[in-house]
Design a protein around this ligand. Structure first.
Ligand SMILES: *Cc1c(COP(=O)(O)O)cnc(C)c1O
Length: 409
């Protein structure tokens, strides 16, 4: 989103025009921005085989998946429905990694039938898998290295109390299970929580995988998961992708040399690829003065963008209808009957009833975490593709709310 001659634009498309055409609330994604992030990430690595597996839970619209496919990015899924969606988008089963946690064995069986790459994160399931499939089905093992780096307690998945992965301290047991069932382990995986900032932390995690990998002679890849951080505020510290790329390329090459074969290095970026591509546009319903604050009440709430309320995340907010207005301080709040504050004490150009506010960094975990709470419709989604605004999901209607309900009274 760029200010150009007093108008906020994306690829030259006026965002207020998008609101006029498709209404608010609406998510708008810049396809070029996604492709630029892919290229930046890829370009940071040299002389090693890198594969990107987009963590589709961040933003799972079918058109975004197809965009990823066009750009040569593959897919990381966490549920069988995501597997089905990725297949629907045209990915080959072998391009889809399935990384479930605490799902039923029935679901894993389905994934095997689809022929996707299975990532197992529990010794009990590993044994059950061995019992049923032996060495007929290749698999990947998710290791928990118990690293605590991470942006916020809800997304540090590597620590000791985490439900994710098989503890690195249990790997001797894992090797016995693998030997007993003659399992075909083709990959080792870790995803140590979002928001890894430092190249050193990445390297520490990689070191853990490199050491374990020596015990598995048939590997084809190591998967380092994600945790690439983007800037949510001006001057936010972000992951230094060039440093990680440079250091990881060097260390991975060393590892391959000692392993005796060139393996692929996989990453599973979600947020990094799509967060900054998205803005969430809402209209101001009311301006309300209270003794403590001036509220700008908008036509959305935690039902559409729950990150600020759930994680305390910051999303920059801009009044795109009044770029020259006097700056005043507002609490931007939703219309849901719960406290749903998008941002407190935000300095915005004067907000008037009807003004459109843009919440930035809304591409990741925005629409994909939305709900129908308060019987509200989920918003529309628009993708700006080759300079044109394309509606990629219509706003819901009252029929959608009734669709799955069965009236028995
Ligand atoms: C959520 C998730 C990711 C993506 O995390 P981001 O912080 O969005 O990059 C990657 N891998 C797995 C297994 C995940 O569950």
């Amino acid at each position: 989103m760029k200010l150009n001659n007093g108008r906020y634009e994306m690829q030259g498309v006026d965002l207020l025009e998008v609101c006029n055409e498709f209404g608010t609330p609406v998510y708008v994604y810049d396809a070029d921005r996604i492709v630029a992030q892919i290229e930046k990430l890829r370009g940071s690595f040299s002389d090693i085989q890198v594969k990107l597996k987009y963590a589709m839970k961040a933003l799972s619209n079918i058109n975004i998946l197809k965009l990823m496919k066009e750009a040569g990015v593959e897919i990381d899924t966490v549920s069988i429905q995501e597997v089905q969606m990725a297949l629907h988008a045209g990915f080959e089963p072998t391009q889809i990694l399935y990384t479930p946690n605490c799902v039923s064995f029935e679901e894993i069986r389905m994934a095997v039938e689809y022929g996707v790459v299975i990532n197992i994160d529990n010794i009990g399931i590993l044994e059950q898998f061995g019992e049923e499939f032996g060495n007929r089905v290749p698999l990947c093992i998710r290791v928990n290295p118990h690293l605590t780096a991470g942006g916020n307690s809800k997304i540090q998945v590597g620590h000791i109390g985490s439900k994710f992965g098989i503890s690195v301290f249990q790997m001797r047991h894992v090797r016995k299970v693998v030997e007993h069932f003659n399992l075909n382990v083709v990959g080792l995986h870790m995803h140590s929580g979002s928001d890894f900032l430092e190249s050193e932390v990445f390297l520490m995690a990689a070191e853990v995988l490199f050491n374990e990998a020596q015990h598995f002679p048939d590997l084809q890849f190591l998967d380092m998961g994600s945790g690439f951080k983007v800037a949510y505020k001006e001057n936010d510290i972000t992951t230094n992708i060039e440093a990680i790329g440079r250091d990881m390329s060097r260390e991975f090459k060393k590892f391959c040399a000692s392993y005796g074969r060139e393996l692929e290095l996989w990453f599973e970026p979600g947020k990094y690829l799509v967060s900054e591509s998205g803005v969430f546009l809402v209209s101001t319903n009311v301006i309300k003065h209270s003794p403590a604050a001036v509220f700008a009440g908008v036509d959305s709430g935690l039902n559409h963008l729950i990150r600020p309320m759930m994680y305390g995340s910051h999303h920059d907010i801009v009044n795109i209808s009044n770029p020259k207005g006097t700056q005043r301080v507002y609490d931007v709040v939703g219309y849901i009957c719960e406290t749903d504050t998008f941002g407190s004490d935000r300095k915005l150009n004067e907000v008037r009833q009807g003004d459109v506010l843009a919440m930035k960094n809304a591409g990741a975990y925005g629409f994909s975490m939305s709900s129908n709470y308060n019987s509200r419709f989920r918003p529309a989604e628009v993708m700006i593709y080759k300079g044109e605004a394309k509606l990629i999901r219509r706003r819901e209607t009252f029929e959608d709310l009734l669709h799955t309900q069965i009236e028995v009274l």
